[in-house]
Ligand binder design. Sequence first.
Ligand SMILES: Cc1ncc(COP(=O)(O)O)c(C=O)c1O
Length: 394
Amino acid sequence: MIRDLTDDEARRALVLKWGMADADVLPAWVAEMDYALAPPVAEALTEAIAIGMTGYPRFEMGGELGQAYAGFARRQFGHEVDPERVIPVVDVTAGVRVALDVLSDPGPMVMPGPAYAPQLDVAQVTGRERVDLLLDPDAERAELDLDRLDALFAQGARTLLLTQPHNPWGRVFTRQELEGVRDVVVRHGARVISDEIHAPLVLGGGTHVSYLDIDGTADHAVAVVAASKAFNTAGLRCAQIISADAETHRRLVDVPMVRNDSWSPLGVVAAIAAYTQGDAWLDALRAADLAARPARDPAGRAPAGRADATARGDVPRQGRPARLRPRRPGGGGEGARAGLGLARARLPAGPRRTRARQHRDLAGAPDGDRSPPGHLANLASPRRGHRRLLDSRA
Ligand SMILES: Cc1ncc(COP(=O)(O)O)c(C=O)c1O
């Protein structure tokens, strides 16, 4: 059911991640899967193309897409979503921007970091300041510092951009942690935008809890979700903003069309197919990537827990973070373990330019690593890619 693409197929299919990398580089920098599209998604898209569904999307809130996501959220996360409160948007980052623009007061936005780099500028493009809530690179466990969050709100921040599960921290925050966040946010009358794009990829028996599933969050939060990471459909341009409160929904819908009108009908088709017919494929994907995960790297070293992959539940830390020692082609690193979307490894501290170059040589990423010094870089590839990176060092 889960099929690895060959390198040639990947170079043709994944035009950014593979298509822009030199021939001697194993790209592992964009969180795209090197697996063939899920058959139900491919079939639905083929049918849509055959009938010429290449015009504008239905300008519809809720509808079939809302029903599809509500069913998926109930089955996958036990989360009850009102289908009518599912709003299409072109992608998750645009959803974050729209929510920030429309719902939040003009004050600064708190961004836990390191963070998904393209979102580092989202506050600024809405005319807001970004204030960072940086993770201590030596922390035993990646946790949100609620005292610091409290202080940032006290100093005037008005919004928290939560990423749940977190990329690149690789954490699935627990219900208790999210309740802690809620308490701080409510104390300051602030807002939360919860980017939950990685929710379907929680591995190892972990459970994703939507921030909206926490009591007392409906009036101050939205979640932004998509099938695009789990089903590799980012290029089809359709994510969803979920609200749990009538007033929030009204404010999001009641905006000039130009603010949110560029999702694609093929993205809607893909999302509906993924949400309604994708469970078996998703189960197989999670099982395949877990089952095939190497217990040890080829040199016999136990993989470092900190360099572990993908959003899992609370994985106890098993060792020191891996240090990457990249080399062409592909590089690799001790403990740079397999992972579905988010294998992480610590980059050696050093001058910024050097770190950026090492990252690029390893993964084919363009220059512009924006991780704070001492922090983690993503190796955003499925397990097979990481296996090959490890093998290239064996
Ligand atoms: C946390 C997070 N949010 C958003 C995205 C990108 O989503 P989109 O392309 O829908 O903006 C990524 C991509 O890896 C991500 O890791």
